[in-house]
Design a protein around this ligand. Structure first.
Ligand code: SF4
Length: 445
């Protein structure tokens, strides 16, 4: 059987889509191998959100071609789409798949290289069903596309048009995943708060879909991956705050800049005051909530004073975690016309300052939960420490000693310490399979 290898750069939407492509290849008779092994087909799902992500995408394509020079290299994703838009070559690729056709990658591949149909031994029809591989925390894409056109962002050009998936299909996929043991569903999309505003879903809006999923018997817990602050509604806050809610108290709300002036120049539809007010309200009404964010430094108009405003917002919100980006001009975006005015050295210094600040607030946040019992979805055993690793509801990643049988399960873990090296816990009890609760002895660290 031919061997296929897959890799993903970028966001959770890409991760979800790679999984769907991988499943279709596996269903068509391909053997799936790790990306660093010799394969007959390499599929690379690329990212163009920053210049660095695009460069890494190109390196990854070249690396695949080097691993097996006779393999077919298939490239899709946002960097491939940018290349198609610009009508340029993507070196070392045998086949470029546009973003809107990404989920038909198998069909496009077999059309281009029909010899693989026989080698795979099946008809190669792309499966429409949910992924077959189990992830204890699984991404489920509910929406695609963005029409906001922020000044720095290429996504509206690489994923144009707003498309919501049919809600019944989403619910069915979630149920299938949960029946096979998935313990956390991560709702993903480019602008998920807009779910249902186009006609694609044929039914509920975002909040209603979240309600439907949280009332679905099989679902253990639901995480909202990233949501724009303008889309955090009163209804959503109520859902998060409801006693026994399956929707975890964590919102990832992109900030980008703390300066009201830069936010306006970025064409972001909110002010610093709006952002601070929302976070204060969330922290007041849902005391355990983790607020995490994307923060960009080095936008072409960002002065030292503007950057200070970003640091001020970080100090004020005290993020539980942050993803810090350095601006790089994306071709065709409004900010591209302003060039790359902030030097790499200044960007580096600013990036370091934001990372230091948010690492400090992240540690402070985790320390608030020392002594508390948290529900942890156990993902894997760490290769370096030998301990189990997982995430609490409020996105604290921690390690704790325990048996291998807990991987893929939900454990009640007491947090015992948090420092610069990480967060440590000890098991209190665990749910092994449906409804059987076992109280485990507390193990020495
Ligand atoms: S909201 Fe702005 S940053 Fe987010 S995907 Fe749309 S254009 Fe990009």
């Amino acid at each position: 059987m031919p061997r296929a290898a897959f890799t993903t750069l970028g966001c959770r939407v890409n991760q979800y889509e790679t999984q769907r492509i991988l499943d279709s290849f596996e269903g068509a008779g391909f053997t799936i191998v790790p990306f660093n092994e010799r394969a007959d087909v390499y599929v690379i799902n690329t990212c163009s959100v920053t210049g660095q992500a695009e460069a890494k995408s190109r390196q990854t394509v070249r690396r695949a071609a080097r691993t097996n020079p006779s393999a077919k290299v298939v490239v899709t994703g946002c960097a491939a789409q940018m290349t198609l838009n610009k009508d340029r070559e993507f070196d070392a690729a045998h086949l470029l798949i546009p973003n809107p056709e990404k989920l038909q990658t198998l069909d496009r591949f077999l059309e281009a290289f029909p010899a693989f149909k026989e080698r795979a031994g099946k008809n190669g029809a792309a499966r429409k069903s949910a992924p077959v591989r189990l992830h204890v925390r699984a991404n489920v894409k509910i929406q695609d596309g963005c029409d906001v056109y922020c000044g720095f962002c290429s996504i509206p050009y690489t994923r144009p048009g707003m498309v919501s998936r049919n809600w019944k299909e989403v619910v069915q996929e979630v149920r299938n995943l949960c029946r096979r043991g998935c313990k956390e569903i991560i709702l993903t999309g480019v602008l998920i708060g807009s779910y249902g505003r186009d006609t694609g879903s044929g039914g509920p809006d975002f909040e209603e879909l979240v309600e439907i999923l949280s009332e679905t018997r099989e679902v253990v817990r639901i995480r909202i991956s990233s949501i724009e602050m303008t889309q955090v509604s009163n209804r959503l806050i109520k859902i998060l705050n409801r006693a026994g809610s399956k929707v975890v108290p964590h919102l990832h709300i992109p900030l980008q800049s703390g300066s009201a002036k830069v936010l306006k120049e970025m064409r972001r539809p909110y002010t610093q005051a709006d952002y601070l007010e929302l976070c204060a309200r969330l922290q007041n009404e849902i005391p355990d909530i983790a607020i995490t964010a994307d923060i960009m430094v080095g936008y072409p108009t960002e002065t030292d004073d503007d950057f200070e405003e970003t640091l001020n917002v970080c100090e004020s919100v005290r993020f539980a975690r942050a993803h810090v980006f350095r601006f790089s001009p994306r071709p065709g975006t409004p900010a591209d016309e302003w060039g790359d005015a902030v030097s790499p050295q200044v960007k580096q210094v600013r990036s370091k300052q934001v990372i230091e600040t948010t690492n400090r607030t992240r540690l402070e946040y985790a320390r608030r939960f020392i002594g508390r019992e948290m529900q942890v979805v156990v993902e894997r055993r760490s290769g370096s420490s030998g301990m189990l690793r997982g995430y609490t509801q409020n996105y604290i990643e921690l390690e704790f000693p325990g048996p291998q049988s807990l991987v893929g399960e939900v454990a009640t873990v007491r947090i015992v310490s948090a420092d610069g090296k990480g967060v440590l816990g000890e098991i209190v009890s665990a749910v092994l399979g449906p409804r059987s609760v076992r109280h485990l002895p507390v193990l020495n660290r």
